[in-house]
Design a protein around this ligand. Structure first.
Ligand code: TRP
Length: 376
């Protein structure tokens, strides 16, 4: 591994077993502590289970967002996705959380689909392909139920004029050596990928540009994207904008175990939103790393380890919002009353129920695209 590190996280590479406390230190983000949780709860009434359980565990400038909010200054939400052929369950984590924030604060939300980024980074993909993935992924976002009156989906190449004009002064203030160090690029990187980070900064100031005054921006995202926004936070104030704030989550573990991030390109390590019930069942049964014992007798005696069990983690992070239920499952599994097969059956049922409804919503979303998509 590069730099002899035990793990590597950049927006373009995740390797090894991520130590999230160490990562927070490396990146220089703040932990979400009890005081901040209580401050959020003051405005939302309750806390989303992803906050209660520490899936969203770190942030930058959340207190600024809440200070402004308490003064009556609304923030807006921004997140995004480098379009891929199929969305997997890991992608949904920050989106579902963003939906909760939008429902609670009733604020505007901008979703960026970076077809340009995907085209530049993935050697084999054509512009036509990354654009059509963007349309497909937009359907998944809409399917989650974002209010169209308060939500914009922006495909970068449909907004080239607006984006290029805002990105240009940003790009002028970022050096090649900074980009290389921040994203782990070497000299063989294409020059488009070097420029790209300035495009990801644009939605963080888009509302300020439109309204002609500074509007706070909060970006919920998985922690691997932090390097982009670290650069944005460095540059944007020098151009007269606010620093964007962020609230960041850990990754949904890959099926094979807690090492690294689930990759969209390895079908044995993830469940796609398009997987049919049989495929889901097969993937979980065959590939989901188990914290159980080798035999039933031994499992009954020693119990399983939910902390390393991927099926349990998926329930905890995404599929079982009820704290009482997740606690019962955890205890039963730990003391050997619940077997791995039973745990997996719970997860399979949850995923398939969710996906059945998601798929029908995403088909309906096709007719609603025009209500969400923004173009130059
Ligand atoms: N670079 C991100 C990806 O590859 C896409 C993205 C654009 C994004 N803007 C964002 C992700 C804001 C999180 C927040 O998926």
């Amino acid at each position: 591994m590069k730099n002899n590190n035990d793990f590597v996280v950049t927006p373009y590479e995740v390797q090894g077993k991520v130590d999230y406390n160490k990562l927070m230190e490396r990146f220089g983000t703040e932990p979400i502590d009890q005081a901040l949780l209580e401050r959020i709860r003051k405005h939302t009434g309750d806390l989303h289970f992803m906050l209660r359980r520490g899936t969203f565990f770190t942030h930058r400038d959340m207190n600024f967002i809440l200070d402004e909010w308490e003064k009556g200054n609304k923030y807006y939400l921004y997140t995004g996705r480098g379009p891929s052929e199929d969305i997997h369950l890991g992608h949904l984590v920050p989106w579902i959380f963003t939906k909760w924030l939008q429902d609670k604060f009733k604020v505007k939300f901008i979703f960026q689909l970076t077809d340009d980024e995907k085209f530049l980074i993935e050697e084999k993909l054509s512009k036509e392909e990354t654009y059509s993935f963007a349309i497909e992924n937009a359907c998944d976002v809409i399917a989650l139920g974002f209010d169209h009156k308060n939500t914009e989906i922006i495909i970068d190449t449909d907004n080239a004029q607006t984006f290029y004009n805002i990105a240009l002064p940003v790009a002028k203030k970022i050096t090649y050596s900074t980009v290389k160090a921040s994203f782990g690029f070497d000299n063989s990187i294409n020059i488009g990928s070097v420029f790209y980070t300035s495009i990801q900064a644009v939605p963080a100031v888009l509302e300020s540009v439109r309204q002609g005054k500074n509007i706070p921006c909060l970006i919920p995202h998985a922690i691997d994207q932090d390097p982009h926004f670290r650069l944005a936070r460095d540059v944007l104030p020098r151009l007269g904008y606010y620093k964007p704030a962020s609230i960041q989550c850990s990754f949904l573990p890959a099926l094979g175990g807690p090492e690294g991030k689930m990759s969209a390109s390895d079908p044995t390590q993830t469940v796609y939103v398009t997987d049919d019930p049989k495929t889901v069942e097969m993937k979980i049964k065959k590939h989901a790393f188990s914290g159980g014992q080798v035999s039933v007798a031994e499992h009954r005696k020693k119990g399983g380890d939910p902390d390393i069990d991927v099926s349990f983690q998926w329930l905890k992070i995404l599929f079982e919002p009820d704290d009482k239920k997740i606690k019962t499952i955890e205890e039963d599994y730990r003391n050997g009353d619940m077997l791995t097969g039973e745990l997996k059956a719970i997860l399979i049922e949850k995923i398939n129920t969710f996906l059945e409804s998601h798929r029908s919503k995403r088909e309906k979303a096709r007719d609603q695209l025009d209500n969400y998509l923004v173009k130059d």
